[in-house]
Design a protein around this ligand. Structure first.
Ligand SMILES: Cc1ncc(COP(=O)(O)O)c(C=O)c1O
Length: 435
């Protein structure tokens, strides 16, 4: 490996030069803790010694969880291969079995590297099975940056530059039962893809009435119901292992990624039922090969995912539910009186603070020299900017920049949550003071 100190000194600028200057520039302008050099007790520490709590959600176990790191180390100390030329990888087999058993609803798994890969696998399954063109999603959904997944998203910066998108894909209004019924009535829709709680769409849970209609209508029309649980699964919402476990009908496919690899390796999964796999791919060996990815079935990722599953004990899932409820209530209480705060919402450790965009000429992106972002609210980015200095790396919802997105690690101590509430209250008060 290259010298660590040297990489941590020069690598950030090499990223700007050789990877993506815009990402570097955005992070610098926003004041994000950028030059992070180490992880300690699940948190990050930057070059200036600032300790940072990462609220993105991908690191649900905290950065470099010792149990995940240890599982990887122990695997590397054996002589087992990580990649099998036949693709029949025993570690993938074991992980697939464990994932299916944990859900109690699925008995077939496709493993890949990213959430977008899992979305693609579900779209392919649905089309291969139904031979129909239609792919329906909801406005405000976020599904990834590959062609199938971005085609599920509504018009906007994540999709527009890449048109034309996959034919047959379209987004209907969020939570609109009539629009869903109309979309499915023609019998030409292969799949409906939804997030149980939209993450980037503003932390919006699907209304119960919509979920009921969705389960019923998709069954009646022979359309696959696909739950994109990339953000909501694996304990995040406090509802349990999957956020969809209590739905009237279990989705035909469910997608996992994010902290499936324990935060240290990339891995994703599409879980479905064996009968659907057989109907889609039958006994045709060629079709079986088309459901493939080279590195998805590697042992190193499977080993990390098995260790991550071990960490997801009933106690930890209950902690996320209870501490999430505490955090939501504490935020609602502290922020309730502010004219800038619309609502605190979400479940478990998937929370959002919906803010009112202040109508002030100095607080628009135009004033900051970004006329292209004129239509977007600055409010959540401004609050994030204050939070960085207090050691909290919070985020703005990708599709809705008026919503602060909070996804703490599952073992975050109560004092840190209390400090987060203080920091958000201080940041909101600071913006209020500018008005
Ligand atoms: C709900 C949802 N689906 C899919 C994806 C795509 O995952 P990836 O970025 O790993 O491709 C994301 C990523 O944030 C997501 O939030």
């Amino acid at each position: 490996m290259d010298d660590l100190d040297e990489v941590l000194r020069d690598g950030f600028d090499e990223y700007r030069e050789f990877v993506n200057p815009l990402v570097f520039q955005r992070a610098s302008l926003a004041g994000e803790p950028l030059r992070v050099t180490r992880a300690e007790d699940g948190r990050l520490v930057d070059a200036a010694g600032l300790e940072v709590e990462d609220l993105h959600g991908t690191q649900a176990f905290g950065h470099r969880h010792p149990a995940i790191a240890d599982a990887l180390r122990r695997f590397l100390a054996t002589d087992a291969p990580s990649w099998y030329p036949s693709r029949v990888n025993p570690f993938a087999g074991r992980l697939a079995r464990r994932l299916c058993e944990r859900t109690g609803a699925y008995d077939n798994a496709f493993l890949a590297c990213t959430g977008s890969d899992a979305v693609e696998a579900a779209l392919k399954l649905a089309r291969a099975l139904t031979r129909r063109p239609g792919l329906v999603s909801l406005e405000g959904g976020y599904h990834g940056c590959t062609y199938g997944s971005l085609s599920l998203m509504q018009q906007g910066y994540l999709r527009d530059p890449f048109e034309p998108c996959v034919a047959g894909a379209r987004a209907i209004p969020f939570g609109d039962v009539d629009a869903l019924a109309r979309a499915l009535a023609g019998g030409d829709v292969a799949a409906v893809v939804v997030e149980p709680i939209q993450g980037e769409g503003g932390v919006r849970a699907l209304p119960d009435a919509f979920v009921e209609a969705l389960c019923d209508l998709t069954a009646r029309h022979g359309t696959l119901l696909v739950a994109d649980e990339v953000q909501t699964a694996l304990g995040r919402t406090g509802r349990g292992f999957l956020a969809t476990a209590g739905w009237p009908r279990r989705p035909d496919a469910v997608l996992l990624a994010k902290h499936l690899g324990g935060g240290l390796v990339p891995i994703s999964a599409m879980l479905t039922r064996r009968d659907l796999f057989v109907r889609a791919y039958g006994e045709d060996f060629a079709a079986g090969e088309s459901h493939n990815t080279t590195m998805g079935f590697n042992a190193l990722s499977a080993v990390a995912a098995l260790a991550a599953l071990d960490l997801l004990t009933p106690d930890l899932l209950a902690r996320v539910r209870d501490e999430g409820a505490w955090l939501r209530a504490a935020l609602a209480e502290r922020l309730g009186g502010s004219p800038l705060v619309r609502e605190v919402r979400g479940e478990g450790f998937m929370l959002g603070v919906a803010l009112n965009a202040p109508d002030h000429p100095w607080l628009g992106f135009e004033h900051f020299g970004y006329p292209g972002l004129r239509e977007r609210p600055t409010i959540a980015p401004l609050v994030c900017h204050r939070l960085y200095r207090r050691g909290f790396f919070a985020f703005t919802c990708g599709h809705d920049w008026s919503v602060l997105r909070l996804q703490p690690r599952f073992d975050i101590p109560r004092e840190r949550l209390a400090a987060l509430v203080d920091a958000i209250a201080e940041a909101v008060a600071w913006v209020e003071g500018l008005l």
